[in-house]
Design a protein around this ligand. Structure first.
Ligand code: ATP
Ligand code: MG
Length: 856
């Protein structure tokens, strides 16, 4: 009867059903292998809470690991609940969820709600400055600190809720312990505690800079979120249930956040898989699973054992990798993982084609194999597989360059996720920095980024002077700049010439701030930046790849329009939801504009971008036809365009308006802030700058591919040095690398191909490479686990594929035509099987053409 009423229950197996329909007040913990439907159970449970238990969608918070996963889940829930209900769910990463509450209630813990979010790059720059200040001191002590290392320590401290003070105490304690070390020649030990002391000081300074800039870094979002929820726990009272996906990768702070939500009203469901824990390097703690059992009474643990995702062959091969840890015996296995709990995972899917393992001479040949093989599989699947059914999963971003170029050469369209991130591109960061300053003038990273971009003769030295003077006056550099422009007396140490150069910059920012405070649409704000800074001209004259960069700029405008639409849509859907203007910022962000069909060039720029900008400004700005003015002052000649000249703006009034928006907890939306938040939180999804009308092959890091699935997966560079990474030496690190390979392999549904090369450039030097020890080991115990020949795709396999994907099987006649066409189009001789490869004792790959194809 239930199933008739709740159709989403129909396709669940008994264990899944038990999980989905468990009473809402029973703390639920589902630990199960990949592809066993954990995410599906979580999604269905959300639907069931609404449909069966009468929860309001906004009373449910679902936390996913990436923005992409959040948007996938929202899509599924749209189908189950309808668009309106899906939109009001609080659904996103821990970071996005915290950001949302902090905007709204941050004031209560002393946080301005126009705080900026500093991304990794901003933080690095900030730390680099702090390190530079200490350079002489560090050199004297022979301590060499890189900003990445320091930030990493700080991040670890933050997620453990260790303050700079606590870190200093720890450092001192260690120093005492190691006091004798130096004298007995253990210099390193003594040095380590000194280094920690210095890091503690840097931590303190870093925090001060962030607070002064009214900014939060990514960890702060969690830390401040936690503080808010602990001090003002009533805020979470309306939240009746929290669900967490990928629980095995939560860190301590995230766990504590979950507890705050759960303790507010009791409902908690988590799903995870210890075998897929791959964020230990970012302080994730598998221990949280046990912690939860201690912290909550009557935790119900449910195990799911059936894998629905992959063929038997893929499941067996990946199991042979991950189980190396648990079943290790004897001296041979050094990196066993004795803590692993063996799990049974079975599938009713056929074994199907074996997992491929290929060896190549060089990465170029390997890449060429991948693009050739993708085309072959498309043909042999009878067109059932499209390019977006393929993923290439990489251990490192940097491995993508060769692959990208091979795909391009073979005209296979691709997109990169978790890689060259759209929001990390120079031009995008420049424009965002201007917008950030409009929203939060105290955000120093943005100030430093663009005060001299485009170049306006404010050199590094002048910037340093401004920063120093600002520090002395205890204001932000932006505020100091404004004082310089407004005041008649220059602060000590600032040269008169600087004032003139700053005028242009301050003028632009003020104009933007005024426009923003009037609620100007973000796309118009971006156009305003472009126009006032003559950004296009700057890009054209100072950067070679102008076209690409300009496309990105146009894409940012597109994106801002999409975000605005999404915000409008959300508001229309929940006019009275008090916290909803920042709902699902992540959902927006994870839907890059590329998602919706659109012209490659924004209509506004279709003809001549510069021209349309100009004509626009001419019609809208009566001052546009004014001639540039030449100002002579103190013997310095400066050309000011009519608008570049600093314009009197009633800043107080503008700020009052902005403040008004910010003050009222809950009503009128602030499009700029919504946009900035979407942008800053979307760094785990990339936009590739053109439409997704054409299916594309996905290139992704393994980390970013977590939780996702594709019919065909390629994993290149399965080599020692890559899997495991050369950076990993300790046992627990190696174990994490093994799980990483496991996560990669278990993304595949139908076809999985591993490959490795015999030589690879590392640090500019060609080095011999060996097959990954993980795979070699598997191969030794079970030589038939992998096959060196290309997977044979015949009619029965096509039928199997169709069934597994739930797609119609391709028609055999046209399939044969496609195959013939492919065979004719395929390169005559294998492009990737070369003489030198044979010469090098190719152990695993037999000689064959591109080639299954050629023979067929
Ligand atoms: P991972 O650990 O990789 O995140 P998961 O346990 O979250 O995997 P899901 O992504 O939820 O697994 O499910 C894997 C695939 O199996 C999905 O395509 C899902 O739709 C499908 N699936 C899950 N349960 C069932 C079921 N009972 N019947 C049919 N298909 C199912
Ligand atoms: Mg999942």
């Amino acid at each position: 009867a239930d199933i008739a009423k709740y159709p989403y229950l129909a396709s669940l197996n008994p264990a899944q059903l038990r999980a989905v329909t468990a009473p809402p007040d029973v703390p639920l913990q589902i630990l199960a292998g990949p592809g066993s439907g954990k995410t599906r159970v979580l999604t269905s449970r959300v639907a069931h809470l609404v449909k069966c238990h009468g929860y309001q969608p906004h009373q449910i918070t679902a936390v996913t690991f990436t923005n992409k996963a959040a948007s996938e889940m929202r899509k599924r829930l749209q189908a189950l609940l309808g668009e309106k209900d899906a939109a009001t769910l609080v659904l996103g990463t821990f970071h996005a969820t915290c950001a949302r509450y902090l905007r709204r209630h941050g004031k209560r813990i002393g946080l301005d709600n126009n705080f900026a979010i500093a991304d990794a790059d901003d933080c690095k720059k900030m730390m680099a400055r702090l390190l530079k200040e200490r350079a002489p001191e560090l050199a004297k002590m022979h301590i060499n600190l890189k900003e990445g290392v320091v930030l990493n320590e700080i991040s670890k401290a933050k997620v453990k809720e260790e303050t700079p003070g606590m870190m200093a105490v720890r450092a001192r304690r260690e120093a005492e312990k190691n006091a004798g070390a130096d004298s007995v020649g253990l210099k390193d030990l003594a040095k380590a505690s000194t280094t920690l002391e210095i890091i503690a000081e840097l931590y303190e300074e870093y925090e001060t800079s962030l607070r002064a800039a009214n900014a939060l870094d990514f960890d702060d979002l969690l830390v401040f979120g936690l503080r808010l929820f602990r001090e003002e726990s009533w805020i979470l009272e309306p939240c009746l249930h929290i669900l967490v996906d990928e629980f095995q990768d939560t860190n301590t702070t995230q766990y504590e956040l979950m507890k705050c939500f759960a303790y507010a009203n009791g409902g908690v469901s988590v799903v995870g898989d210890p075998d897929q824990s791959i964020y230990g390097w970012r302080s994730a703690e598998i221990e949280n699973l046990n912690r939860m059992r201690r912290d909550f009474d009557g935790v119900e643990a449910i195990n799911l054992e059936e894998n629905y995702r992959s063929t038997g062959a893929i499941l067996d091969a990946s199991h042979s990798i991950v189980s190396q840890g648990a079943f290790s015996t004897g001296a041979e296995l050094t990196h066993a993982d004795p803590n692993r709990i063996p799990k049974d995972l079975y599938t009713s899917h056929p074994k199907s084609t074996p997992v491929t393992l290929k060896q190549f001479a060089t990465p170029v040949i390997e890449a060429s194999y991948i693009s050739t093989e993708i085309k072959r599989l498309v043909a042999y699947s009878g067109g059932m597989l499209k390019y977006d059914d393929f993923a290439i999963l990489l251990r490192y971003n940097a491995l993508s360059r060769v692959i990208e170029s091979s795909l391009q050469k073979d005209a296979v369209p691709s997109r990169v996720i978790g890689g060259h991130k759209f929001f990390e591109r120079m031009e995008i960061k420049d424009l965002l920095a201007y917008l950030q300053l409009a929203d939060n003038p105290n955000f120093t990273p943005a100030f430093l980024r663009v005060v001299n971009v485009p170049r306006r003769a404010i050199g590094d030295k002048s910037v340093a002077e401004i920063v120093d003077a600002a520090k002395r006056d205890k204001v932000s550099p932006m505020e100091l700049s404004e004082r310089i422009i407004d005041g008649d007396k220059l602060p000590q140490g600032i040269k008169p010439a600087v004032k003139k150069n700053l005028a242009t910059f301050v003028g632009i920012v003020r104009k933007l701030r005024r426009a923003a405070s009037q609620g100007t649409a973000v796309d118009d704000l971006i156009r305003l930046v472009l126009e006032k800074t003559r950004y296009e001209e700057y890009l054209r004259t100072s950067h070679q790849d102008f076209d690409q960069r300009w496309e990105n700029v146009v894409e940012l405008i597109n994106y801002s329009v999409t975000v605005a639409q999404e915000q409008g849509r959300l508001q229309a859907l929940n006019p009275d939801d008090t916290v909803n203007d920042f709902t699902s910022a992540s959902a927006v962000a994870s839907e890059p504009p590329a998602r919706k069909p659109k012209p490659a060039v924004h209509p506004m720029f279709r003809h001549n971008p510069a021209e349309s900008l100009r004509s626009r400004s001419a019609s809208e700005d009566s001052k546009a036809d004014r001639k540039p003015k030449v100002k002579v002052e103190d013997d310095v000649v400066e050309i000011l365009s009519s608008d570049d000249e600093f314009e009197e703006v009633d800043i107080d009034e503008a700020e009052a308006t902005a403040q008004g928006v910010a003050d009222s907890e809950g009503d009128s939306p602030n499009p700029l802030r919504f946009f900035l938040q979407s942008s800053m939180l979307s760094t785990d999804t990339g936009s590739d700058g053109d439409g997704v009308d054409t299916p594309k092959v996905t290139i992704s890091t393994v980390h970013a591919a977590k939780g996702l699935e594709w019919p065909v997966v390629f994993i290149p560079a399965v080599e020692d040095g890559t899997f495991p990474s050369y950076r990993c030496v300790e046992e627990h690190e190696i174990a994490e690398e093994r799980r990483l390979l496991y996560v990669a392999m278990t993304r595949a549904q139908l076809v999985l191909s591993l490959s490795h090369t015999m030589a690879r450039m590392t640090g500019g030097e060609e080095k011999d490479r060996n097959i990954s020890d993980f795979v070699a080991r598997s191969l030794r115990t079970n030589p038939t686990m992998f096959s060196s020949s290309l997977p044979e795709i015949n009619a029965p396999i096509r039928q199997q594929m169709a069934e597994m994907l739930g797609r119609p099987a391709p028609d055999e006649t046209s399939t044969q035509e496609l195959i013939m066409k492919h065979v004719r189009a395929a390169p005559p001789l294998s492009t990737w099987d070369t003489p030198e490869l044979r010469g090098r004792g190719n152990r695993f790959a037999r000689r064959e053409g591109p080639s299954g194809a050629a023979r067929a």
